[in-house]
Write a protein that binds this ligand. Structure first.
Ligand SMILES: NC(=O)c1ccc[n+]([C@@H]2O[C@H](COP(=O)([O-])OP(=O)(O)OC[C@H]3O[C@@H](n4cnc5c(N)ncnc54)[C@H](O)[C@@H]3O)[C@@H](O)[C@H]2O)c1
Length: 253
């Protein structure tokens, strides 16, 4: 399966491509070269130009769309250009070129405002007193969107676009509301004891998303953390997601 990965030189792209290298035929697309994967076949271009870029590629079975301004603090002008317009162009290019599968890197920040509501606010801040894991309702894929930032709005736009292109043009679209994926590959602050996703768990979710024909769906990209606030049962039941990691194992480090 030939997969075009936008944002292939970034943190998630580099790690996922390395882990899943033997399972997919990856083609990268980024504005910068990937220093860690010098042998990766990569188109150096702006994903804004995806329609021109893709017409010159022999064939692609699926797109893993990671390219974006990733910080939650991304200002509106950049979110508009690099997240909203780029993502729209990706779906449009997929439609025009008959690429039926798109996996979109959405974000937990689409529902980030739940983190101001009890009990999630306490858990995110590490105040676990009078709470026990499993005793509170997890935030699942059916809750209303509650973006916490311009960045969150831009990712909600991507999800809405995905649903539109699925319902009107039949694309298979999987939106992953990714938690905290970091270089250290372990929780590094209090919040990430809830939100962390390990490299191998997100790889598992992306592999399954690329192979699955799920029509349109939204999953939370988070490990099986004791204090998670987002649901993973939907991903387990629908995708066969099988997370191996739990942030709690790092609590005493
Ligand atoms: N890392 C996380 O914890 C996390 C959490 C939630 C969602 N995400 C999402 O996952 C995706 C990847 O995140 P990351 O942490 O690897 O970010 P990153 O910043 O490390 O990588 C993003 C890559 O996209 C490239 N890029 C940006 N705009 C581009 C454009 N217009 N054309 C071509 N390439 C472009 C950058 O050069 C960079 O290599 C992003 O969409 C981000 O919003 C990440």
């Amino acid at each position: 399966m030939r997969v075009l990965v936008t944002g292939s030189s970034g943190l998630i792209g580099s790690n996922i491509i390395r882990i899943l290298n033997r399972k997919f035929d990856f083609l990268g697309l980024d504005i910068i070269k990937n220093k860690d994967l010098p042998n990766l076949d990569t188109i150096i271009d702006n994903a804004l130009n995806i329609k021109d870029v893709i017409s010159k590629i022999d064939y692609v079975d699926a797109i893993l769309h990671l390219a974006a301004n990733a910080p939650v603090t991304t200002p509106w002008e950049k979110a508009l250009k690099n997240n909203i317009i780029v993502t729209h162009n990706i779906f449009e290019a997929a439609k025009i070129n008959g690429i039926t599968k798109v996996v979109f890197a959405s974000s937990n920040h689409v529902v980030g405002n739940f983190e101001f509501v009890h009990p999630y606010s306490d858990i995110i801040n590490g105040n676990y007193n009078q709470l026990s894991p499993g005793s509170y309702k997890l935030i699942d894929h059916t809750v209303p969107i509650r973006p916490d930032s311009q960045y969150g709005i831009s990712k909600a736009f991507g999800e809405a676009s995905g649903r539109y292109y699925h319902e009107h043009f039949g694309l298979d679209v999987t939106c992953l509301r990714i938690g905290t994926f970091n270089t250290a590959n372990k929780p590094t602050d209090i919040r990430s004891f809830s939100t962390w996703v390990s490299h191998r768990d997100l790889s598992n979710m992306i592999e399954l998303s690329l192979k699955n024909s799920e029509n349109f769906n939204i999953f939370y990209g988070v490990s099986d953390n004791t204090w998670k606030i987002w649901d993973i049962e939907h991903a387990k039941n629908t995708l066969n997601y099988s997370p191996k990691d739990n942030a709690e194992l790092y609590r005493n480090e």
